[in-house]
Design a protein around this ligand. Sequence first.
Ligand SMILES: [Ca+2]
Ligand SMILES: [Ca+2]
Length: 225
Amino acid sequence: MFPVTNSDSMKSHEAAGFMGLDSVGLSRSHGYALGDIDNDGDVDIYNNNGGPSQIQSSWGYNAFYFAEGNASNWMKMSLTGVVSNRDAIGARVMVEGTDNREIWRYPAVGKGFCNTDSPILHFGLGNAVGTKLTEIDWPSGLVQTYVNLDTKKQYDIVETGIRITGTPVAGGQMIIRVSGVPGRLATSFYSLTSAFVPDPVEHVVHRLGGNAIQGHQRQLPIRGE
Ligand SMILES: [Ca+2]
Ligand SMILES: [Ca+2]
């Protein structure tokens, strides 16, 4: 987005000047929010400069900065929790590009003073022509994965999967496979387990966003039974 190549070593005001963000009035900035405001794939900035107050030295204007874009690849993602909180706060999302570089994002609210980034996660893929693995670790403990998702688009992903409760058994095994498409609940699943004691803890397979899956709400046998 911006031609900053050594931002880690730059002081904040130097970086702001380099990017042209220090040119609004006499203001001192209280924070900024990032997001693709105009939905063209690059990350724009809303600069929170405070505005009029009792402290004249802090007067300024809030301002949008629309990125001019570049040739870098990108992907965006919105998350909707079902078992987890709806905003997916606490989730961890990893997108691996075809260049084997991992990009991590963490949905959050509140950043600095009076600002927060867009809830739509942005993954700058640089020169990678595509993605390999996309993995979402939900706060509920569910892990949702996709492979080879297309780039230059936004995915709206709903928490999907199955959740099993019970008491682990040493040496037990559990195999769970869930299939589905991004943004929709799982359409099929397969579960084989010997890893949990079925009694007294009930062992139930749930379809997220609904009730336990009929026909599978039962106590599964432990190994050897
Ligand atoms: Ca943009
Ligand atoms: Ca732009």
